[in-house]
Design a protein around this ligand. Structure first.
Ligand code: GLN
Length: 188
């Protein structure tokens, strides 16, 4: 059985752990380098990218995690997780893990009050439309040619894949639908 970690610095950790167990994977929290060595794939959850970024640096996890990802470990970043994986962030000089060739815009849909739910098909993930929950969400402004866009909402890319890296601007862990977690576990 695949063992999938959820980066547990801050954010929607438990929701991902529960979903992973529900689709038949073994799930565990990842807080340090030792735990990072024991998994087949990792989810970087939604939350606050600046907070998660600071904690990654404080606990000396920025480099080990980006190294693991660059060596091919499957990773899925949801919302803040997507921001952490991006090589570039609009209006911000520095990025965090800098592993995925995308330019993201933080809080692209406005404030917390502008959070919304929609449904949409996502390439490779499911034939049916799946629910998408956007909470102070980013979107992808630009992708490199090696990045495959998987879904768009109102003309903006909200899900994409590059090699072993998957990102979503929305939160599949907050819906009843299991398609995304199923898909990610199969990638691992
Ligand atoms: N707005 C948050 C950020 O910039 C992301 C919100 C989320 O993960 N739901 O980090």
């Amino acid at each position: 059985m695949k063992k999938i970690g959820v980066l547990a610095m801050q954010g929607a950790v438990d929701e991902h752990l529960q979903k992973l167990e529900r689709v038949g994977a073994t799930a565990c929290k990842v807080r340090n380098k030792e735990e990072l060595e024991q998994i087949d794939g990792i989810i970087i959850p939604g939350g606050e990218s600046t907070a998660i970024g600071k904690l990654l640096a404080t606990f000396g996890m920025m480099q080990p995690l980006s190294k693991k990802i660059c060596s091919g470990m499957p990773v899925w970043g949801t919302c803040a997780g997507m921001i952490l994986l991006a090589k570039k962030i609009c209006d911000q000089e520095n990025a965090y893990l800098k592993t995925m060739d995308i330019l993201v815009r933080r809080n692209a849909y406005g404030s917390q009050l502008d959070s919304f739910v929609t449904t949409q098909k996502v390439k490779h993930v499911a034939e049916k439309e799946i629910p998408m929950v956007f909470i102070r969400a980013p979107y992808i402004e630009k992708v490199d040619t090696k990045v495959e866009p998987l879904a768009e909402v109102e003309g903006h890319i909200v899900a994409a894949k590059e090699k072993n890296m998957l990102v979503t601007a929305f939160h599949p862990e907050l819906t009843e639908d299991d398609s995304f977690h199923d898909y990610f576990v199969k990638l691992c």
